[in-house]
Design a protein around this ligand. Structure first.
Ligand SMILES: Nc1nc2c(ncn2[C@@H]2O[C@H](COP(=O)(O)OP(=O)(O)OP(=O)(O)O)[C@@H](O)[C@H]2O)c(=O)[nH]1
Ligand SMILES: [Mg+2]
Length: 196
């Protein structure tokens, strides 16, 4: 997929706020705060700040909808894993994400994992949630520019002690060097065909 045009659509909390579904499947990005969700959306769309314009500072946790090529939504979901967040906010985050996952929308989720970190319990819970709600997902390892190939393969071995996957089944990305961008765009094309 070549992304020729992209725009911010709206922020949403409740399902009633989500924009009306398009015929194409939508792609949501989940992962720890700081893993690079917004940066990846900006990299894919070639927009420097699009996924940030709508970023509300402070406590508000919103689902941000973007549309690409007029026919496909990219959905930026709020990150998890902030150590200092009060319990009430964590609960709010949980309901927001769960409502989205449980919704009947045709969706495919990208789970972003920082290649330099071993997945946390929250990452593992996210994968279990996706299985539970039967949402198709794909793992993308981010920030690969921070590691050499050797380090990368060693790190993948450690990560596999926590979660199961095969190297050929996951994607790799750098929002800095744009490595992996083409593969992800190709994947979007295939997924639109498969899931729409
Ligand atoms: N080196 C490197 N830095 C990255 C990459 N992707 C993101 N970053 C940096 O990581 C930080 C967090 O990126 P964001 O895109 O804001 O992360 P996020 O997942 O959207 O975070 P939340 O919105 O808080 O959930 C920023 O300083 C980015 O510049 C990458 O591929 N390589
Ligand atoms: Mg973000």
């Amino acid at each position: 997929m070549e992304i020729k045009k992209s725009d911010f659509v709206k922020s949403a909390v409740l399902e009633a706020d989500y924009p009306e579904q398009l015929s194409n499947v939508e792609f949501a990005f989940v992962g720890r705060s700081n893993v690079g969700k917004s940066s990846l959306i900006n990299s894919l769309t070639n927009r420097k700040k699009m996924a940030r314009i709508s970023k509300t500072p402070g406590r508000t946790q919103l689902i941000n909808y973007f549309i690409v090529n007029g026919d496909t939504f990219l959905v930026d979901l709020p990150g998890y894993g902030f150590a200092k967040v009060p319990k009430a906010i964590k609960k709010e985050w949980g309901s927001l994400i769960e409502r989205y996952l449980a919704s009947k929308r045709k969706k495919m989720v990208f789970v972003l994992l920082d290649i330099r970190r071993v997945p946390t319990n929250e990452d593992i819970e996210m994968l279990e949630w996706l299985d539970y709600y039967e949402v198709p997902y794909k793992i993308i390892f981010t920030k690969v520019d921070k590691m050499s190939n050797n380090q990368k393969f060693k790190q993948l071995k450690d990560i596999k002690k926590k979660i199961e996957f095969s190297n050929s089944d996951v994607l790799f990305s750098s929002a800095v060097s744009h490595k992996g961008r083409e593969e992800i765009l190709e994947f979007l094309d295939e997924a639109v065909k498969e899931y729409s």
